[in-house]
Design a protein around this ligand. Structure first.
Ligand code: BES
Length: 487
């Protein structure tokens, strides 16, 4: 057991950060010590948020999404922000503002973004503990916070709130003008985002957006993500016979929509693992040589990456390495298939309908709507006569790359180095955060993508976790980033 005043293992040997561009060295040391002293209360606050079942994709959880938004609004108001829960055409947004007292007007202004919504918990029987009853679990010297949303993204957004709290508690003020935006639909396509930014864009605009929804390189090496893949999701519903049929009466004559769908799905990739939809690779560029050099220097353990997920070989395009595949290549995945009898026992049926949920990760200049059309043509061209297909559209977003040669990024990198004692590395990101493109294209503002998640956090999977060290050092890092951005 650890004594109350002794540092946790991840801080041992790191309590004397190297010199950095702090505007006020005395303050920042006190602020991070305050975070250390109050970590238990911070965890309790995170647990309260994690108990809220804010699954955005399922309308049954709409009230829980609002409860999460209201919880954050209240918390921000308690801290001294001017926060409100704003209704949208979907789940509410939380918007909050903070202005330092006596601010002369030339103080830096940041927009901090996070999302309070989470992915569905299915299959729930694969969780070791209930997904909305957060637990602290220790194994092999690592303490983890286990709950849906712990890493994606409630734990991450709370790191910024806790850093702000520490600044306010210790110095009575934050050294920056801060606007906060918490979204409730990031995990389900962000349908309210466009109209919301059209209406409130001017209120949200700042010098730079800080987005805390990405990973570190590893538990000891901080990262700044400089590219994200885009995403396109479509649902395909194939109808064969007009009604479900006895497979003895009609088997051999009736088109089975599950067979049709399976053939279509099988046709989506060629033998080299490339996506076989016409024009799919238009706008996909090779990784620039300087970026490739940076990634090669990362010392990525490809075999461990594969064996950590219980596999002994890779799928995907022949000729690309695993890091390139997830950070820089486009993909197509079937996320779910529905059709026929799936209950206990057997049923000799030919179903009338079968459907699939399909998603494409996009890179470079690939255009989501062009790919949607090409995909639909691909499907239509493979339907037997008399069978029909319907599609259900979900909003798409293109990939984004973030410029690295700017003062905000240099300051944030210095702050991360001060916290971790090792330089921050520039990372790719296989996932998607649609709002980052809107910040650039609608608000004219670039983002700094800094997060403290780890590759083994199991986001979107059963037993999602966030290491306690990610939470603690994430808060300490934001305290330092806030300091560095103010100078
Ligand atoms: N935090 C992730 C995105 C991410 C994960 C970026 C790891 C970089 C590294 C984000 O919350 C997420 O899961 N987004 C969804 C968006 C989608 C449902 C529109 C995704 O990528 O599947």
């Amino acid at each position: 057991m650890r004594l109350a005043n002794s540092p946790p293992p991840w801080l041992v040997g790191r309590l004397r950060p190297p010199q950095h561009m702090s505007s006020n060295m005395a303050n920042i040391d006190e602020v991070v010590s305050h975070i250390d002293r109050n970590i238990e209360q911070s965890i309790e606050r995170l647990f309260d948020l994690l108990r809220i079942e804010s699954i955005s994709t399922d309308p049954a959880y709409a009230a829980e999404c609002r409860r999460a938004a209201d919880w954050l609004t209240e918390e921000l108001n308690r801290l001294g922000f001017q926060a409100t829960t704003r209704d949208t055409i979907g789940h509410p947004m939380v918007v909050a503002h903070y202005e330092p007292p006596d601010c002369a007007g030339d103080v830096a202004h940041v927009l901090f973004y996070g999302h309070y919504d989470v992915q569905p918990v299915d299959p729930v029987d694969l969780w070791d503990t209930p997904p909305f009853e957060p637990q602290r679990v220790s194994s092999n010297g690592t303490e983890r916070i286990v709950a849906r949303g712990s890493a994606d993204d409630k734990g991450q957004l709370m790191t910024f709130l806790e850093a702000s709290r520490a600044w306010l508690d210790v110095t009575g003020a934050l050294p920056l003008k801060i606007t906060i935006l918490f979204e409730g639909e990031e995990e389900s396509g962000s349908k309210s985002l466009g109209p919301f930014l059209d209406e409130f864009g001017d209120e949200l605009k700042a010098d730079v957006a800080l987005v805390c929804d990405t990973n570190m390189w590893d538990a000891e090496t901080p990262g700044i993500t400089t590219r994200l893949r885009g995403l396109l999701m479509d649902e395909v519903v194939v109808t064969g016979p007009a009604m479900d049929l006895h497979s003895g009466y009609y088997g051999g004559v009736a088109h089975n929509p599950i067979h049709i769908l399976s053939r279509i799905i099988a046709s989506l990739h060629d033998d080299d693992g490339r996506v076989a939809v016409s024009g799919f690779y238009d706008g996909v560029d090779p990784v620039p040589a300087d970026v490739e050099r940076q990634w090669s220097a990362l010392d990525f353990d490809e075999d461990a990456f594969v064996s950590d997920i219980g596999q002994t070989s890779q799928s995907g395009e022949t000729g690309s390495g695993a890091l390139e595949k997830v950070w820089a290549r486009p993909t197509c995945d079937v996320n779910g298939i529905i059709g026929g009898y799936t209950g206990e026992g057997t049923k000799t049926v030919i179903p009338s309908i079968a459907s699939a949920k399909i998603s494409f990760r996009l890179v470079g200049r690939q255009d989501p709507e062009t790919i949607r059309e090409a995909f639909r043509e691909h499907v239509r061209g493979r339907l037997p006569e008399g069978c029909t297909v319907d599609f259900i559209s979900h909003k798409g977003s293109a990939a984004i790359e973030i410029p690295v040669d700017n003062a905000h990024l240099s300051k944030a990198a210095a702050a991360l180095e001060a916290e971790f004692g090792t330089a921050a590395v520039m990372l790719g990101g296989g996932g998607s955060i649609p709002i980052v493109r809107s910040f650039r294209h609608v608000l004219g503002m670039d983002s700094l993508l800094i997060g403290f998640g780890l590759g083994d956090d199991r986001i979107h999977s059963p037993n999602e976790k966030y290491n306690l060290s990610s939470y603690h050092r994430g808060a300490r890092s934001w305290a330092r980033i806030i300091d560095c951005l103010s100078s």
